[in-house]
Design a protein around this ligand. Structure first.
Ligand SMILES: [Zn+2]
Length: 205
């Protein structure tokens, strides 16, 4: 296994569509192993082949199981065959280091892919894993999450500062609302705040 260089935004390779994998050979297995090692080395939860300069439809993911054990999964020629619901949260990318943005993704996705031996499998993911699957599949189509972000990309610190600022404004508004005894406004504000502050949803992938 070897750590490969991760391409950063600005490299034209990241904007190209990847081709299907046809040969399930040792070379592919080595690439997948290297990608897993590179993902762990960068503390990412996912990594797509074009991010290491290989324009093939392949990505790796590890969002950890419930016990926090490492559990890498390899997806070759993946296709999202069903999706449901919506989640709005912050996302990052190893190819855009240090930045985050708010992206809406399906809450649940079902993916069909081949494993490293070419065997087909189907799996349904929810929450962070579903977000990661969508992010990585986008990479295979040359799409960076900047294109999907609902906010201007900024650093994590800037984002947290913005969330704090909004919460303060919201709190001030709520006080006014309480003064005029308007319960509806208070409820709505609390809900919105919750959607904007979901640090556990961060994905560097
Ligand atoms: Zn990414």
């Amino acid at each position: 296994m070897a750590i490969r260089k991760i391409l950063h935004e600005g490299d034209p390779t990241l904007l190209k569509k990847s081709r299907r994998v046809k040969r399930f050979d040792d070379r592919l297995a080595t690439l997948a192993d290297d990608m897993i090692e590179t993902m762990y080395d960068s503390d990412g939860v996912g990594l797509a082949a074009p991010q290491v300069g290989v324009l093939r439809r392949l990505f790796v993911m590890d969002v950890m199981d419930s016990e926090g054990e490492e559990e890498p999964v390899i997806f070759v020629n993946p296709e999202i065959i069903a999706e449901d619901g919506v989640q709005r949260g912050i996302e990052g990318c190893l190819s855009l280091p240090g930045l985050v943005g708010v992206v809406s993704r399906p809450l649940t996705v079902t993916i069909r892919a081949q494993d490293i031996d070419g065997e087909y499998f189907e799996e349904t993911y929810t929450g962070l894993a579903a977000r990661c699957v969508c992010h990585e599949t986008d990479h295979l189509d040359g799409i960076l999450y900047r294109r999907r972000s609902e906010t201007v990309l900024c650093t994590r610190e800037e984002y947290e500062e913005e969330v704090r600022r909004k919460a303060e404004i919201e709190a001030a508004r709520q006080e006014e609302g309480d003064a005029s005894d308007d319960d509806t406004v208070s409820e709505l504000s609390a809900d919105e705040e919750c959607h904007d502050a979901m640090p556990e949803d961060e994905v560097d992938a």
